[in-house]
Design a binder for this molecule. Structure first.
Ligand SMILES: *Cc1c(COP(=O)(O)O)cnc(C)c1O
Length: 390
Protein backbone atom coordinates (compact mmCIF):
# COMPACT_ATOMS: atom_id res chain seq x y z
CA UNK A 1 0.00 0.00 0.00
CA UNK A 2 2.24 2.76 -1.23
CA UNK A 3 -0.26 5.63 -1.51
CA UNK A 4 -1.61 7.50 1.47
CA UNK A 5 -5.19 7.62 0.12
CA UNK A 6 -5.28 3.81 0.13
CA UNK A 7 -3.72 3.65 3.59
CA UNK A 8 -6.39 6.04 4.91
CA UNK A 9 -9.04 3.50 3.92
CA UNK A 10 -7.38 0.20 4.76
CA UNK A 11 -5.13 0.83 7.78
CA UNK A 12 -6.34 0.47 11.37
CA UNK A 13 -8.91 -2.24 10.67
CA UNK A 14 -6.98 -5.07 12.27
CA UNK A 15 -9.69 -5.96 14.79
CA UNK A 16 -12.48 -5.61 12.20
CA UNK A 17 -11.47 -8.86 10.48
CA UNK A 18 -12.26 -10.76 13.67
CA UNK A 19 -15.70 -9.18 14.01
CA UNK A 20 -16.67 -9.73 10.34
CA UNK A 21 -17.50 -6.05 9.95
CA UNK A 22 -15.95 -3.31 7.83
CA UNK A 23 -15.21 -1.16 10.87
CA UNK A 24 -13.34 -2.24 13.98
CA UNK A 25 -15.64 -2.77 16.97
CA UNK A 26 -15.58 -0.15 19.70
CA UNK A 27 -13.98 -1.88 22.67
CA UNK A 28 -14.26 -0.05 25.99
CA UNK A 29 -12.39 -1.52 28.92
CA UNK A 30 -10.86 -0.81 32.26
CA UNK A 31 -9.94 -4.42 32.89
CA UNK A 32 -8.16 -6.68 30.45
CA UNK A 33 -8.52 -10.39 31.19
CA UNK A 34 -5.90 -12.99 30.31
CA UNK A 35 -6.37 -16.62 29.35
CA UNK A 36 -3.62 -17.82 31.66
CA UNK A 37 -0.62 -16.68 33.66
CA UNK A 38 1.78 -16.86 30.74
CA UNK A 39 -0.46 -14.52 28.70
CA UNK A 40 -0.55 -12.15 31.69
CA UNK A 41 3.24 -12.19 31.94
CA UNK A 42 3.63 -11.78 28.18
CA UNK A 43 1.59 -8.57 28.27
CA UNK A 44 4.30 -7.02 30.44
CA UNK A 45 7.05 -7.88 27.97
CA UNK A 46 5.21 -6.11 25.13
CA UNK A 47 5.39 -2.40 24.36
CA UNK A 48 3.21 -0.10 26.42
CA UNK A 49 0.47 1.57 24.35
CA UNK A 50 0.57 -1.28 21.84
CA UNK A 51 -0.26 -4.09 24.27
CA UNK A 52 -3.57 -4.76 26.00
CA UNK A 53 -2.73 -4.87 29.70
CA UNK A 54 -5.12 -2.53 31.48
CA UNK A 55 -7.58 0.10 30.15
CA UNK A 56 -4.93 2.79 30.46
CA UNK A 57 -2.64 1.25 27.84
CA UNK A 58 -5.55 1.02 25.40
CA UNK A 59 -7.90 -1.51 23.81
CA UNK A 60 -7.97 -2.97 20.28
CA UNK A 61 -9.77 0.24 19.18
CA UNK A 62 -6.88 2.37 20.45
CA UNK A 63 -4.32 0.09 18.79
CA UNK A 64 -6.19 0.23 15.46
CA UNK A 65 -6.18 4.03 15.57
CA UNK A 66 -2.51 4.15 16.53
CA UNK A 67 -1.43 1.74 13.81
CA UNK A 68 -3.37 3.73 11.17
CA UNK A 69 -1.72 6.98 12.32
CA UNK A 70 1.75 5.39 12.24
CA UNK A 71 1.13 3.98 8.76
CA UNK A 72 -0.11 7.24 7.21
CA UNK A 73 2.77 9.08 8.90
CA UNK A 74 5.30 6.69 7.33
CA UNK A 75 6.73 5.70 10.69
CA UNK A 76 6.60 2.81 13.20
CA UNK A 77 4.69 3.94 16.17
CA UNK A 78 1.97 6.20 17.61
CA UNK A 79 0.81 7.13 21.10
CA UNK A 80 -2.79 8.38 21.35
CA UNK A 81 -3.35 10.95 24.10
CA UNK A 82 -6.36 12.67 25.66
CA UNK A 83 -6.07 15.79 23.45
CA UNK A 84 -3.66 17.73 21.26
CA UNK A 85 -2.38 19.84 24.14
CA UNK A 86 -1.58 16.76 26.27
CA UNK A 87 0.34 15.33 23.29
CA UNK A 88 2.45 18.53 23.15
CA UNK A 89 3.03 18.69 26.91
CA UNK A 90 3.86 14.95 27.14
CA UNK A 91 6.55 15.31 24.48
CA UNK A 92 8.07 18.40 26.08
CA UNK A 93 7.85 17.01 29.63
CA UNK A 94 9.52 13.75 28.60
CA UNK A 95 12.67 15.69 27.70
CA UNK A 96 12.50 18.31 30.46
CA UNK A 97 14.52 18.24 33.63
CA UNK A 98 16.10 20.72 35.99
CA UNK A 99 19.02 22.70 34.50
CA UNK A 100 18.38 21.29 31.00
CA UNK A 101 17.24 23.50 28.15
CA UNK A 102 14.16 23.11 25.94
CA UNK A 103 14.10 25.31 22.85
CA UNK A 104 10.67 26.34 21.54
CA UNK A 105 9.86 28.16 18.34
CA UNK A 106 8.34 31.59 18.99
CA UNK A 107 4.57 32.10 18.33
CA UNK A 108 3.58 28.44 18.60
CA UNK A 109 0.17 27.34 19.93
CA UNK A 110 -0.38 29.57 23.01
CA UNK A 111 -1.21 26.94 25.66
CA UNK A 112 2.10 25.16 24.94
CA UNK A 113 4.06 28.32 25.74
CA UNK A 114 1.86 28.91 28.81
CA UNK A 115 2.69 25.37 29.98
CA UNK A 116 6.43 25.86 29.49
CA UNK A 117 6.48 29.26 31.19
CA UNK A 118 4.33 28.23 34.17
CA UNK A 119 4.89 24.53 34.74
CA UNK A 120 8.44 23.94 33.53
CA UNK A 121 10.27 27.09 34.59
CA UNK A 122 9.26 26.60 38.22
CA UNK A 123 10.81 23.12 38.04
CA UNK A 124 14.14 24.60 36.99
CA UNK A 125 13.88 23.83 33.26
CA UNK A 126 15.50 26.44 31.01
CA UNK A 127 13.18 27.60 28.22
CA UNK A 128 14.42 29.62 25.25
CA UNK A 129 12.73 30.74 22.05
CA UNK A 130 13.86 31.14 18.46
CA UNK A 131 12.46 32.35 15.19
CA UNK A 132 15.20 31.84 12.59
CA UNK A 133 17.75 29.08 12.04
CA UNK A 134 20.55 31.56 12.84
CA UNK A 135 18.93 32.31 16.18
CA UNK A 136 18.53 28.57 16.83
CA UNK A 137 22.25 27.93 16.19
CA UNK A 138 23.07 30.74 18.62
CA UNK A 139 21.03 29.44 21.56
CA UNK A 140 21.79 25.70 21.33
CA UNK A 141 23.95 24.65 24.28
CA UNK A 142 25.27 21.20 25.33
CA UNK A 143 22.44 20.92 27.90
CA UNK A 144 19.70 21.32 25.25
CA UNK A 145 17.45 18.25 25.27
CA UNK A 146 14.68 19.10 22.77
CA UNK A 147 13.80 21.49 19.95
CA UNK A 148 10.04 22.00 19.49
CA UNK A 149 8.48 23.67 16.44
CA UNK A 150 5.03 24.11 14.92
CA UNK A 151 4.34 24.43 11.22
CA UNK A 152 2.81 26.81 10.38
CA UNK A 153 2.69 28.74 13.66
CA UNK A 154 -0.82 29.22 15.09
CA UNK A 155 -2.48 32.53 14.08
CA UNK A 156 0.69 34.11 12.61
CA UNK A 157 1.00 31.35 9.97
CA UNK A 158 4.82 31.49 9.78
CA UNK A 159 6.84 28.70 8.18
CA UNK A 160 10.35 27.56 9.01
CA UNK A 161 12.69 25.69 6.72
CA UNK A 162 12.11 22.37 8.49
CA UNK A 163 14.94 20.52 6.73
CA UNK A 164 17.40 23.22 7.80
CA UNK A 165 16.16 22.99 11.41
CA UNK A 166 16.36 19.18 11.26
CA UNK A 167 19.97 19.38 10.02
CA UNK A 168 20.93 21.66 12.90
CA UNK A 169 19.16 19.42 15.42
CA UNK A 170 20.81 16.27 14.11
CA UNK A 171 24.26 17.92 13.97
CA UNK A 172 23.90 18.52 17.73
CA UNK A 173 22.16 15.15 18.36
CA UNK A 174 19.07 16.91 19.74
CA UNK A 175 15.65 15.41 18.99
CA UNK A 176 13.32 17.61 16.91
CA UNK A 177 9.59 17.59 17.70
CA UNK A 178 6.95 19.29 15.55
CA UNK A 179 3.28 20.10 16.02
CA UNK A 180 2.03 19.35 12.50
CA UNK A 181 -1.72 19.68 13.13
CA UNK A 182 -2.36 22.12 10.27
CA UNK A 183 -0.92 19.98 7.46
CA UNK A 184 -1.99 16.54 8.78
CA UNK A 185 0.07 13.54 7.55
CA UNK A 186 -1.70 14.00 4.21
CA UNK A 187 -0.26 17.41 3.31
CA UNK A 188 2.90 17.34 5.44
CA UNK A 189 5.27 14.34 5.46
CA UNK A 190 6.94 15.30 8.73
CA UNK A 191 9.20 12.31 9.37
CA UNK A 192 10.51 12.31 5.81
CA UNK A 193 11.60 15.95 6.36
CA UNK A 194 13.73 14.87 9.33
CA UNK A 195 11.36 15.47 12.24
CA UNK A 196 11.81 12.82 14.95
CA UNK A 197 8.58 13.28 16.91
CA UNK A 198 5.38 14.56 15.30
CA UNK A 199 2.29 15.77 17.14
CA UNK A 200 -1.25 16.05 15.83
CA UNK A 201 -4.29 17.56 17.49
CA UNK A 202 -6.56 14.83 16.06
CA UNK A 203 -9.36 17.01 17.44
CA UNK A 204 -8.96 19.13 14.29
CA UNK A 205 -8.89 17.70 10.73
CA UNK A 206 -8.21 14.04 11.40
CA UNK A 207 -11.42 13.58 13.35
CA UNK A 208 -12.91 16.41 11.31
CA UNK A 209 -16.39 16.55 12.81
CA UNK A 210 -15.98 18.88 15.82
CA UNK A 211 -17.04 16.20 18.30
CA UNK A 212 -13.83 14.64 19.67
CA UNK A 213 -10.81 15.69 21.73
CA UNK A 214 -7.78 13.53 20.85
CA UNK A 215 -4.03 13.81 20.34
CA UNK A 216 -1.46 11.64 18.56
CA UNK A 217 2.32 11.46 18.77
CA UNK A 218 4.16 9.59 16.00
CA UNK A 219 7.74 8.48 15.42
CA UNK A 220 10.00 5.44 15.53
CA UNK A 221 9.85 3.24 18.65
CA UNK A 222 13.26 4.57 19.66
CA UNK A 223 12.31 8.24 19.16
CA UNK A 224 9.15 7.80 21.28
CA UNK A 225 10.80 5.83 24.11
CA UNK A 226 10.98 8.72 26.59
CA UNK A 227 7.48 9.96 25.68
CA UNK A 228 6.04 6.46 26.12
CA UNK A 229 7.55 6.14 29.60
CA UNK A 230 6.41 9.64 30.59
CA UNK A 231 2.85 9.06 29.34
CA UNK A 232 2.61 5.69 31.07
CA UNK A 233 3.73 7.18 34.39
CA UNK A 234 1.37 10.13 34.06
CA UNK A 235 -1.68 8.14 33.03
CA UNK A 236 -1.89 10.15 29.81
CA UNK A 237 -4.11 8.07 27.55
CA UNK A 238 -6.97 8.34 25.04
CA UNK A 239 -10.56 7.11 25.38
CA UNK A 240 -11.40 4.26 22.94
CA UNK A 241 -14.59 6.13 21.95
CA UNK A 242 -12.47 9.03 20.72
CA UNK A 243 -10.15 6.67 18.81
CA UNK A 244 -13.14 4.97 17.17
CA UNK A 245 -14.62 8.28 16.00
CA UNK A 246 -11.22 9.50 14.80
CA UNK A 247 -10.79 6.31 12.77
CA UNK A 248 -14.11 7.07 11.11
CA UNK A 249 -12.94 10.62 10.42
CA UNK A 250 -9.68 9.33 8.98
CA UNK A 251 -11.48 7.46 6.19
CA UNK A 252 -12.65 10.71 4.60
CA UNK A 253 -9.65 12.89 5.47
CA UNK A 254 -8.39 13.16 1.91
CA UNK A 255 -11.73 14.12 0.35
CA UNK A 256 -12.46 16.62 3.10
CA UNK A 257 -9.02 18.21 2.85
CA UNK A 258 -9.31 18.52 -0.93
CA UNK A 259 -12.49 20.59 -0.47
CA UNK A 260 -11.05 22.59 2.46
CA UNK A 261 -8.09 23.44 0.22
CA UNK A 262 -10.21 24.44 -2.77
CA UNK A 263 -12.48 26.60 -0.61
CA UNK A 264 -9.64 28.19 1.38
CA UNK A 265 -7.70 29.23 -1.70
CA UNK A 266 -10.84 30.64 -3.30
CA UNK A 267 -11.88 32.59 -0.20
CA UNK A 268 -8.30 33.80 0.51
CA UNK A 269 -8.03 35.12 -3.06
CA UNK A 270 -11.40 36.81 -2.73
CA UNK A 271 -10.40 38.45 0.56
CA UNK A 272 -7.12 39.68 -0.89
CA UNK A 273 -9.11 41.81 -3.29
CA UNK A 274 -11.43 43.40 -0.72
CA UNK A 275 -10.84 47.03 0.28
CA UNK A 276 -11.48 46.27 3.94
CA UNK A 277 -8.78 43.58 4.09
CA UNK A 278 -5.24 44.85 4.60
CA UNK A 279 -3.45 41.51 4.47
CA UNK A 280 -4.09 37.78 4.21
CA UNK A 281 -1.67 35.48 6.05
CA UNK A 282 -1.89 32.21 4.15
CA UNK A 283 1.30 30.47 2.95
CA UNK A 284 -0.44 28.97 -0.09
CA UNK A 285 -0.95 32.42 -1.67
CA UNK A 286 1.80 33.31 -4.18
CA UNK A 287 2.02 36.74 -2.51
CA UNK A 288 2.95 35.16 0.86
CA UNK A 289 6.59 35.50 1.95
CA UNK A 290 6.35 31.79 2.88
CA UNK A 291 4.99 30.61 -0.48
CA UNK A 292 8.25 28.97 -1.66
CA UNK A 293 8.76 27.20 1.66
CA UNK A 294 5.15 26.03 1.61
CA UNK A 295 5.57 24.58 -1.90
CA UNK A 296 8.78 22.86 -0.91
CA UNK A 297 7.43 21.27 2.28
CA UNK A 298 3.70 20.76 1.82
CA UNK A 299 1.62 18.92 -0.75
CA UNK A 300 -1.52 20.93 0.03
CA UNK A 301 -3.03 23.75 2.08
CA UNK A 302 -5.50 23.39 4.91
CA UNK A 303 -8.42 25.64 5.85
CA UNK A 304 -7.44 28.02 8.67
CA UNK A 305 -5.67 31.31 7.95
CA UNK A 306 -5.50 34.80 9.39
CA UNK A 307 -6.49 38.14 7.89
CA UNK A 308 -5.73 41.70 8.93
CA UNK A 309 -8.59 44.14 8.56
CA UNK A 310 -8.21 47.83 7.87
CA UNK A 311 -8.30 50.08 10.88
CA UNK A 312 -11.86 50.29 12.25
CA UNK A 313 -13.76 51.20 15.39
CA UNK A 314 -14.58 48.72 18.12
CA UNK A 315 -18.26 48.85 17.11
CA UNK A 316 -17.49 48.24 13.44
CA UNK A 317 -15.30 45.29 14.38
CA UNK A 318 -18.02 43.83 16.57
CA UNK A 319 -20.58 44.32 13.80
CA UNK A 320 -18.30 42.53 11.33
CA UNK A 321 -17.93 39.47 13.57
CA UNK A 322 -21.58 39.41 14.67
CA UNK A 323 -23.06 39.78 11.20
CA UNK A 324 -21.35 36.70 9.78
CA UNK A 325 -23.97 33.99 9.34
CA UNK A 326 -22.11 30.98 7.97
CA UNK A 327 -18.98 31.55 10.08
CA UNK A 328 -19.76 30.67 13.71
CA UNK A 329 -17.70 32.39 16.39
CA UNK A 330 -15.53 29.65 17.90
CA UNK A 331 -11.91 28.90 18.74
CA UNK A 332 -11.33 25.47 17.26
CA UNK A 333 -11.01 24.44 13.60
CA UNK A 334 -10.67 21.38 11.37
CA UNK A 335 -14.36 20.48 11.41
CA UNK A 336 -16.78 20.58 8.48
CA UNK A 337 -18.07 24.04 9.43
CA UNK A 338 -16.61 27.51 8.90
CA UNK A 339 -15.45 29.43 11.96
CA UNK A 340 -14.28 32.94 12.78
CA UNK A 341 -12.37 34.20 15.79
CA UNK A 342 -10.47 37.38 16.73
CA UNK A 343 -6.81 36.26 16.50
CA UNK A 344 -5.87 37.21 20.03
CA UNK A 345 -3.07 35.41 21.87
CA UNK A 346 -4.51 32.82 24.30
CA UNK A 347 -3.27 34.52 27.46
CA UNK A 348 -4.87 37.82 26.45
CA UNK A 349 -8.31 36.53 25.46
CA UNK A 350 -10.30 37.63 28.52
CA UNK A 351 -8.80 41.11 28.40
CA UNK A 352 -9.33 44.25 26.32
CA UNK A 353 -6.68 43.88 23.63
CA UNK A 354 -7.91 45.11 20.33
CA UNK A 355 -5.85 48.13 19.36
CA UNK A 356 -7.52 49.99 16.51
CA UNK A 357 -4.77 49.44 13.99
CA UNK A 358 -4.38 45.72 14.55
CA UNK A 359 -7.52 43.82 13.67
CA UNK A 360 -6.42 40.25 13.19
CA UNK A 361 -9.08 37.63 12.52
CA UNK A 362 -8.60 33.88 12.13
CA UNK A 363 -10.93 32.14 9.71
CA UNK A 364 -11.44 28.42 9.28
CA UNK A 365 -12.90 27.68 5.87
CA UNK A 366 -15.36 24.80 6.05
CA UNK A 367 -17.01 22.58 3.46
CA UNK A 368 -19.89 24.93 2.56
CA UNK A 369 -20.26 26.30 -0.97
CA UNK A 370 -17.35 28.70 -1.53
CA UNK A 371 -19.54 31.35 -3.22
CA UNK A 372 -21.89 31.42 -0.23
CA UNK A 373 -18.89 31.86 2.08
CA UNK A 374 -17.63 34.81 0.01
CA UNK A 375 -21.11 36.40 0.01
CA UNK A 376 -21.30 36.06 3.79
CA UNK A 377 -17.85 37.66 4.19
CA UNK A 378 -18.66 40.45 1.70
CA UNK A 379 -21.79 41.36 3.67
CA UNK A 380 -19.93 41.39 6.97
CA UNK A 381 -17.00 43.39 5.55
CA UNK A 382 -19.45 46.15 4.61
CA UNK A 383 -19.90 46.73 8.36
CA UNK A 384 -16.30 47.96 8.48
CA UNK A 385 -16.99 50.86 6.15
CA UNK A 386 -20.40 51.64 7.56
CA UNK A 387 -20.06 55.38 8.39
CA UNK A 388 -22.86 55.54 10.96
CA UNK A 389 -20.83 53.45 13.43
CA UNK A 390 -17.59 55.44 13.41
C1 LIG B 1 -5.91 22.87 18.71
C2 LIG B 1 -4.44 22.73 18.67
C3 LIG B 1 -3.75 22.05 19.67
C4 LIG B 1 -4.46 21.49 20.88
O1 LIG B 1 -5.33 20.45 20.58
P1 LIG B 1 -6.54 20.10 21.58
O2 LIG B 1 -7.00 18.77 21.09
O3 LIG B 1 -7.52 21.21 21.42
O4 LIG B 1 -5.96 20.05 22.96
C5 LIG B 1 -2.40 21.93 19.57
N1 LIG B 1 -1.73 22.45 18.51
C6 LIG B 1 -2.35 23.11 17.53
C7 LIG B 1 -1.56 23.64 16.40
C8 LIG B 1 -3.73 23.28 17.57
O5 LIG B 1 -4.34 23.97 16.61
Amino acid sequence: MSHINTALIHQGRESATKSLSVNPPLVRASTTVFSDLSAFKASYSGKTFETARYGRTGTSTTFDFQSAMAAISHTESCIATSCGLSACTAVISAFASSKKKIILQRNIYGPVTTFAENELKKRGVHIEYFESTQELERIITPNTTLIFIEIPTSLTMKLLDVSAVANIASKHSIPLACDATWGTPLFFDAHQLGINITIHAVTKYINGHSDVMLGAITGTYAALEKVRIFSERHGNFAAPDSCWLALRGLRTLSVRLARHQENSLFVANFLQNQLQVKDVFFPALPTSPYYDLWRKQFSGAAGPFTIELVSCSEVQFENFINSLELFSLGTSWGGFESLVMPAIAHDLRGKYVLPNDNRLVRLHIGLEDKLDLCDDLANALNMLTDEKDI
